[in-house]
Ligand binder design. Sequence first.
Ligand code: GAR
Length: 194
Amino acid sequence: MKNIVILISGSGSNMAAIIRAAQKERWAERFGARVAAVISNKADAQGLAIAREHGIATAVVSHKDFSTREDFDAALASAIDVHAPTLVVLAGFMRILTPGFVTRYERRLLNIHPSLLPAFPGLHTHRRAIEAGCRVAGVTVHEVTVELDHGPILAQAAVPVLADDTEETLAARVLAQEHRVYPQAIAGWLLETN
Ligand code: GAR
């Protein structure tokens, strides 16, 4: 079985969309793949409860317990490797990862970023898109490389930016697309690596 490990920091709505797609689209039968574990750097991440409700193993590795990024990433990698992952999926995981971590999971580490990369890497993507006067915004699923929010693009979806948009209304429109494209991109990745 190909194990997928999902890393989250918060609400976990992308994680939930991936879990739902895996069940509905029978990833176990079609790709021999399953979501094996969800790991968070925050103990109060709401997504952890959702994962448990689905009978998925969960773990917490708090970045606050470590004084360096390297030590945190080493502990995180240990928690991930318990599940012998074929694929590691960042789904709203809000920590910058060290080059050592990224290299360890090279070619099998995916991220979703709420902008049309290469535009707006980093934080506050929706606010920046509105401030820049963009007429379209969107989401990117990409392979993680050592450079933050770069790496080969697997999927993108665009949405309009409306005249009266706030950061919140634009984020909600983009998030709806995230829930569609991330499971699709992962299914495509699993098919290709079959
Ligand atoms: C999503 O919008 C995701 O694209 C973003 O955080 C949100 C997490 O929501 N990720 C980043 O900004 C990564 N730099 P979720 O926890 O409900 O999936």
